[in-house]
Design a binder for this molecule. Sequence first.
Ligand SMILES: [Zn+2]
Length: 224
Amino acid sequence: MVIAQRFLDVVFPRYCWKCGVWMLNESNPIACCGLCRKLWPDLRGEVGRILMQERLAIVWGQVGFRLQESEFLEEQVRTIKYRGDRWLAWHWGRWLASGSEHCPRGENALVLVPIPLHWRRKWDRGFNQAEWVARGIASVWHIPIASNWMTRATHGASLTGMSRRERQEKLERTYEVSEEMGTRPCRIVLVDDVLTTGTTFRMCAAALQDTPHRVVGAMALALA
Ligand SMILES: [Zn+2]
């Protein structure tokens, strides 16, 4: 473990992403130096859980920060999403996991399931940012990711002009469970980069309802 951490220190030196100061002897993977982090509320832990419980009506969840808190944070998320910086996503995933409450223990194995992108968007973008946030979390918590268990079936078509019922049907068909899904019951934590209304999480949880698995929580890097 120590060797792995030293290796990471060399490959990804830990400097503050905001002010650039070099950070020595940090035991946790973090994105910002202590001084910079003081400038925006870090929501990991109890506050993040309460926010996620309020927004998603779930038992457990964690979130890192609110997007509108600082231009720096907004820029970080934009860089991940539109400039394809998957390692930045991975780092932030590690940061999220290192300060979060751990998901409550249970009998079945815990698995991270990133919210999938439609294949066409993933093709355009080259990667799924939620998956890389999840990889960061997984590397700290030492739990597996199942990025092929779900697929996004429909591609961002507008819902305007549809009747309420058509809209509902379309939303229900947005996410599908893939044939790759394991059959041994697991506890699933859904992971996304940004949480807005929570519709995405709810649609994924609904798609997973008739499977052997149980969604036990949700993690997002940022709240919009
Ligand atoms: Zn700093």
